[in-house]
Design a protein around this ligand. Structure first.
Ligand SMILES: Cc1cc2nc3c(=O)[nH]c(=O)nc-3n(C[C@H](O)[C@H](O)[C@H](O)COP(=O)(O)O)c2cc1C
Length: 390
């Protein structure tokens, strides 16, 4: 039987110990109740995937105005804590650490989802893919409130029994909107130059950390996810992201997580530069923080390669939808039975909730390896597209 590095335990600097180095990437199931309460389908979905080192549970909104899509999980009020506890327990079933991804969608939502309320963002600039939905600019007091909401959400995650939170700074949601020169045109302390466009992120990490220091055990994990590039003009370029990564490497966080559809990808905008983005990111981190890499990892060989190339932990999204027992099969030396394709007929059997099934059969039809489809775009450029759902 092959002895893979990714099957070895990993201990974070704060003492949190993972039973192996495989992480389940956050995958929204779009199957919470109308108000954001955890559904039993979601509980079952996570129970079936416990066994990896750490599961980053799907993104949860930290306030009502930050809701990004229907069926979204919420950590915005105390009444959601009992449901979130069930989710954390489900993840713990076979020893996985439970991390909750927390976010505010900012302008990446619309008035239907917000029940008539206008979306808000760093500045009143519409997303380039949705020019009709112009957000309003957040006031200074509202920005402070959003930061406090992230802190309150962290406390709820602690109370619900999660082992950590991941601050969702990727996929063009509010944190990225503050960092992006496209969505942030402010001239106050929250914008103007790249340093100031990072102030929201810094203030938010400080608040989350304050709450963790006061209420959570010492080994509570705080992670940060970011997307390396934007296609809009102006937009985030890799040079900006490397400054962000340098800043994050000095922050009180436990890991960084680069959001990509292909962990080996190079710049989408500068085709002359063939250096892999994760290589550039690792060079800047310079071993100051663990890095989670994600994107088109399917086989044990893919996962091992990620670690050999410098990743500390390797995350999988779509592959763990197709194969909930991936880690268990590797442990048993039963790799030949790992599924790399998915039959539409097996989606119930695999515990995929209804909202997720619908999404996979529409938005992700070309990117899932369905047995009845020709996969066209498996190495999907997630996190680069304004239209991406999670
Ligand atoms: C159906 C679906 C839902 C997703 N939901 C989220 C999410 O809630 N938060 C997030 O940061 N990324 C989300 N992602 C992106 C994944 O975390 C991951 O980065 C992406 O799927 C690439 O990894 P993979 O090639 O292993 O699937 C989602 C992806 C899929 C396919």
């Amino acid at each position: 039987m092959t002895e893979y590095q990714f099957m070895k335990p990993y201990t974070f600097a704060n003492g949190a110990r993972l039973q192996n180095r495989i992480v389940m990437a956050p995958v929204t199931t779009q199957s919470s109740f109308f108000d954001g309460t955890v559904s039993n389908d979601e509980v079952k979905f996570y129970q079936m995937r416990s066994g990896v080192g750490m599961i980053i549970a799907e993104v949860a909104n930290i306030n009502k105005e930050g809701k990004g899509f229907e069926g979204e999980l919420s950590v915005a009020e105390d009444r959601f804590i009992p449901g979130l506890s069930k989710l954390a327990n489900a993840i713990h079933l076979k020893g996985s650490k439970a991390v909750l991804q927390i976010f505010d969608a900012g302008r990446k939502t619309n008035r239907q989802i917000l029940r008539g309320i206008q979306p808000r963002s760093a500045s009143a600039v519409a997303p380039h893919r949705n020019p009709d939905e112009v957000p309003r600019e957040l006031t200074d007091d509202e920005i402070e409130q959003v930061i406090a909401d992230f802190g309150a959400a962290t406390l709820r995650a602690v109370k619900a029994g999660f082992d950590g939170v991941e601050i969702h700074g990727a996929n063009t949601y509010l944190l990225q909107q503050f960092f992006s020169p496209h969505s942030n045109r402010r001239t106050d302390k929250w914008g103007g130059n790249i340093e100031k466009r990072m102030n929201f992120i810094k203030a938010l990490i400080a608040e989350v950390r304050r709450v963790v220091a006061k209420y959570a055990p010492a080994d509570f994990i705080v992670g940060y996810r970011f997307s390396p590039e934007e296609l809009s003009n102006p937009g985030i370029r890799i040079a900006d992201t490397l400054k962000l990564v340098a800043m994050l490497s000095e922050q009180p966080i436990d890991y960084l997580h680069s959001s990509m559809g292909d962990r080996k990808r190079t710049s989408l905008l500068n085709k002359d530069d063939q250096e892999e983005l994760n290589h550039k990111i690792l060079t800047v981190i310079d071993e100051r923080k663990p890095l989670i890499e994600v994107g088109s990892v399917q086989t044990p060989t893919d996962a091992e390669m990620a670690l050999n190339e410098g990743a500390t932990l390797v995350a999988m999204g779509r592959e763990l939808l197709r194969e909930p027992n991936w880690v268990e099969k590797v442990r048993l030396g039963d790799e030949k039975s790992i599924r790399y394709m998915i039959s539409p007929a097996d989606m119930d059997l695999l515990g995929l909730p209804g909202g997720l099934q619908r999404e996979l059969r529409t938005g992700f039809l070309d990117a899932m390896n369905f047995t009845d489809q020709k996969t066209k775009n498996f190495r999907h450029q997630f996190g680069q597209m304004e239209g991406f759902g999670g």
